[in-house]
Design a protein around this ligand. Structure first.
Ligand SMILES: [Zn+2]
Length: 107
């Protein structure tokens, strides 16, 4: 019987749950879920998966690690948003400057 809380798994004919993931031969997963054996490229991704998919059965250490990972992810997302805003501002400034140069050359 498959676990209904694991949305991204499929059942084999013998009833075993297998994650819908494939690992290239040249790669080894950095972490693996202890509950559903799903492989992850980073420890943080595995920790976030534990909180999202196995929040009912996790330990206190896993809960603390999940909360720290969510905090780190929030910080990373904030930095990413700052970079996007900076890039858009730079692009806008270059566009306006180029437009002003073109207007100056015509007049
Ligand atoms: Zn899992």
């Amino acid at each position: 019987m498959t676990d209904p809380s694991i949305a991204d798994s499929s059942a084999t004919p013998d009833g075993a749950s297998v994650p819908d993931t494939a690992i290239p031969d040249a790669e080894t997963p950095a972490a693996q879920c202890p509950y559903c054996s799903r492989p992850f490229r980073t420890e943080q991704a595995c920790t976030l998966h534990l909180g999202d998919a196995h929040g009912e059965t996790w330990t206190d250490d896993e809960r603390a690690a999940y909360e720290a990972a969510v905090d780190d992810e929030s910080d990373d997302l904030f930095v990413f948003h700052l970079k996007v805003v900076g890039a858009l501002s730079l692009l806008y400034a270059v566009y306006v400057l180029a437009y002003m140069i073109v207007l100056g050359l015509q007049g």
